[in-house]
Design a protein around this ligand. Structure first.
Ligand code: AMP
Length: 299
């Protein structure tokens, strides 16, 4: 059992039923009691429609902390497209079941936007030292201000010891590390490997919107990434990017939004390769109007 006996004494804790908080007050009351008895708190922020990728983060948190919080919140301020926000899959009941199967002691926090933002549903503006201007930042206006704002709110409220983020959103992971160090939020950020379908397709809540045929075709993204990795051993970043763009141009199921081979620290495109630096290749592409992203390490 991962949970310390102190936690079982907390007034609002119920061992047999899932604990779902909807208000900031419930969270702060719980956190003050938990912190008073020196529990470590693991936190996994999610937008719900949970899958095995999320589950792997939650399992890691459970194994490394006394208490695990999972937030389920589709954050309006990080969407630049209202139709994407409206169509984002929501399934709180299934999510609760999946979390319960991992560990029924996990605490779910599922606030409304009005509650979390205390009525002021707007982004603050952040500088992440240029990380926010690359890739997703170029194509999703205001996205990382929204991510920064919501995580600032969650981190302040939950005050986690450790917070878990997937490499699936690698740029987000680097930005969260920057947020925490720059604004001294005192949270240890843990990066977790990408969880994939057996076809290689990176698991994503957005995959739920794909038809069976599109889901099969979407495995193409990972296949191209793996081929690109092989080519990167001998070819320049620019040549590999061009090759990737050509493969997508030949495949009429997809619309490639961007391909970038970038330094993992600066997220800037590679001009000249150096053995001392680490690189990843990043792709965003649409299939059936659904936007998918993926990335892999190149060296
Ligand atoms: P989301 O609900 O899409 O905002 O994702 C919540 C967290 O789960 C983020 O840190 C994601 O990077 C992570 N995540 C999403 N999909 C995967 C996956 N396939 N493998 C690992 N982590 C993932």
């Amino acid at each position: 059992m991962q949970i310390s006996s102190n936690v079982l004494d907390l007034p609002s804790f119920n061992f047999y039923k899932m604990k779902i908080f909807n208000t900031r007050e419930e969270v702060s009351n719980f956190i003050s009691s938990a912190k008073a008895t020196n529990n470590t708190i693991g936190y996994v922020p999610t937008m719900g429609a949970l899958h095995q990728g999320h589950a792997s983060l939650i399992q890691q948190s459970v194994s490394e902390n006394n208490i695990t919080f999972v937030s389920i919140f589709v954050n309006p301020t990080q969407f630049d497209n209202s139709s994407d926000l409206d169509k984002y899959p929501r399934s709180l009941e299934n999510d609760t079941q999946l979390i319960k199967e991992i560990d029924s002691n996990i605490i779910i926090f599922a606030p409304t936007a009005k509650e979390l933002y205390q009525g002021n549903i707007n982004s603050k503006s952040y500088s992440f030292d240029g990380l926010e201007h690359e890739m997703e930042g170029k194509h999703r206006a205001g996205h990382f201000d929204g991510v920064g704002t919501v995580l600032d709110l969650f981190f302040t409220l939950i005050a986690p010891t450790n917070a878990y983020f997937g490499e699936k959103d690698f740029q987000q992971l680097q930005i969260v590390k920057k947020l925490v160090s720059k604004y001294q939020l005192g949270v240890n950020i843990v990066g977790c490997k990408i969880f994939r379908e057996s076809s290689g397709l990176a698991m994503s809540s957005r995959n739920e919107r794909l038809s069976d045929t599109a889901k099969k075709e979407a495995a193409f993204i990972n296949k191209i990434l793996l081929d690109a990795k092989k080519q990167f051993d001998t070819k320049s970043a620019m040549k590999v990017e061009k090759w990737v763009a050509n493969q997508f141009a030949k495949n009429n199921q997809f619309n490639l939004e961007y391909v970038s081979i970038a330094n993992i620290k600066t997220l800037k495109p590679v001009k000249r390769k150096s053995k001392k630096q680490q690189y990843r290749i990043f792709i965003a592409a649409f299939i059936d109007n659904i936007r998918l992203i993926d990335n892999i390490a190149l060296n």
